[in-house]
Ligand binder design. Structure first.
Ligand code: NAD
Length: 340
C-alpha cells in the first residue's frame, strides 16, 4: 500500500513534533503543514522540506511578503490527503470539523477538544483496536495520556478498586510567554474533583478515579502523585515488574541522582532526544511503595511530547496500516528512539 498522506493543521508545540514523528515512519508521509501566519516555525518547516500551506487564501500574501514559499491553502491540501492531524489551539480544532468532513479526510484532534467532537478518545495501549478504520479520533491530553499509561496496566493485572491522583501541572510550555511566569500555586480548577479523572474515563469508562490539580511555577514537566487501591494483593516489586514490561514507561531513581524534573530533562538532553523530548512516562522506581495495603508512586509527564507517539499509532490504526497495536507501538517506538 502507498504511504498514508498526512496533513498537520496547526504547526506549534504539538504539530511540529507530530510532523517530525510522522516523517520518521516508513508507512506514512507529510503531505503538507499549515500555518496561519509567517514565523520562524514556518521558515523552519520549509527548511525541513515540508510543503507549507496557508490556512486561508487571504493569508497567503503575508507569507509572500515575508519571503516564505507557500504551496497553496488548507482547502487545496486536504484534497491530496488521507488524514489531517489537527494541532490547532484547544477549541479551534472544532471549527474545522465541517471542512474535514467536506473533503472526506479522516481527522485526529488533540486533548484541547472535547471527547464529543470525535466521539472517540484514544490511547495506544488501551484501545488501539477500537480506532482501526475510524474516521475521527481524539488523542487525549498529555496528563490523560500519562494517567492512562499508568492505570491501564495496573487495572489489567491487579484490578483498580480506586485511584486518587494529585496533578502538579506546569504553568506554561517553555516557549510560551502568554501564561507565565507565575509566582504562585494555583488550584486549577478550584472546584473539585478536576476534569482529569472524567477524561481518563473517556478511555477507561469503568475506572474509579478522583483527581485534583494545581498549577506550579514551572514550565518543564507535569508531576503526578498517585495513590491506588488494588483488588489483588501486591508487593512493590510486582508493580516494578509490571511497568518494566510496558512500552512507554521509563524508570528513574534517586539513586541515579534523578531527584527532580530538572534532572529528567537533563536526561532527555543527554539521550540526544530532539527538542529534549521525553516521550515516556517517567516513574521514580524508588517511590513505588505499599503503605496500609495501598500503592503509592510519583511520575513526571513531559507535556510537549508524550502524546506524539500516540498520534502516530492513531494514524496507523485509522488508516488501517497495521492491525496489531503492539506492533504499531513497537514500530513507532523504534523510529523515535524510545527503547527500554
Ligand atoms: P500551540 O499554540 O503551541 O500551537 C498551535 C498552532 O496552531 C500555532 O502554530 C498557531 O499559530 C496555530 N493556529 C492558531 N489558530 C489556527 C487556525 N485557526 N488554523 C490553523 N492553525 C492555527 O498549541 P499546542 O500546545 O501545540 O496545542 C495544540 C493542541 O494540543 C491543543 O488541543 C492542546 O490542548 C493539545 N495539547 C497540548 C499540549 C501541550 O502541553 N502543549 C499537550 C498535549 C495536548
Amino acid at each position: 500500500m502507498d504511504k498514508a498522506k498526512i496533513v498537520i493543521n496547526g504547526y506549534g508545540t504539538i504539530g511540529k513534533r507530530v510532523g517530525d514523528a510522522v516523517s520518521a515512519q516508513d508507512d506514512m508521509e507529510i503531505a503538507g503543514v499549515v500555518k496561519t501566519r509567517p514565523s520562524f516555525e514556518a521558515k523552519l518547516a520549509v527548511d525541513r522540506g515540508f510543503d507549507l500551506y496557508a490556512s486561508t487564501s487571504e493569508r497567503i500574501e503575508a507569507f509572500s511578503k515575508a519571503g516564505i514559499e507557500i504551496s497553496g491553502t488548507l482547502d487545496e491540501l486536504l484534497d491530496k490527503a488521507d488524514l489531517v492531524v489537527d494541532c490547532t489551539p484547544g477549541g479551534v480544532g472544532a471549527t474545522y470539523k465541517d471542512l474535514y468532513v467536506k473533503h472526506g479526510v479522516k481527522a485526529i484532534w488533540q486533548g484541547g477538544e472535547d471527547h464529543e467532537l470525535a466521539g472517540f478518545s484514544f490511547n495506544s495501549e488501551a484501545n488501539y483496536d477500537d480506532a482501526i478504520g475510524r474516521d475521527m479520533t481524539r488523542v487525549v491530553s498529555c496528563n490523560t495520556t500519562g494517567l492512562t499509561r499508568a492505570l491501564y496496566p495496573l487495572d489489567l493485572e491487579f484490578g483498580v478498586k480506586k485511584s486518587r491522583v494529585t496533578l502538579m501541572r506546569r504553568a506554561a510550555d517553555p516557549g510560551n510567554i502568554k501564561s507565565g511566569p507565575i509566582n504562585a500555586i494555583v488550584p486549577n480548577p478550584i472546584s473539585l474533583p478536576s476534569h482529569h479523572g472524567p477524561d481518563v474515563n473517556s478511555i477507561l469508562p469503568h475506572l474509579e478515579i478522583a483527581t485534583v490539580a494545581v498549577k506550579l511555577s514551572t514550565t518543564i514537566m507535569h508531576f503526578h502523585a498517585l495513590n491506588v487501591e488494588l483488588e489483588k494483593d501486591f508487593e512493590p516489586q510486582d508493580i516494578i515488574d509490571l511497568y518494566a514490561g510496558r512500552p512507554r514507561i521509563r524508570f528513574v531513581s534517586g539513586e541515579d541522582n534523578i531527584t527532580s524534573t530538572a534532572e529528567v530533562m537533563e536526561l532527555a538532553r543527554d539521550l540526544g532526544r530532539s527538542r529534549s523530548d521525553m516521550f515516556e512516562n517517567v516513574i521514580w522506581k524508588d517511590s513505588i511503595s505499599k503503605y496500609h495495603g495501598e500503592l503509592y508512586f510519583f511520575q513526571a509527564i513531559h507535556q510537549e511530547s508524550d502524546v506524539v507517539p500516540e498520534n502516530v499509532d492513531a494514524i496507523r490504526a485509522m488508516c488501517e496500516l497495521e492491525p496489531d497495536g503492539v506492533k504499531s507501538i513497537a514500530r513507532t517506538n523504534k523510529s523515535m528512539g524510545i527503547c527500554k
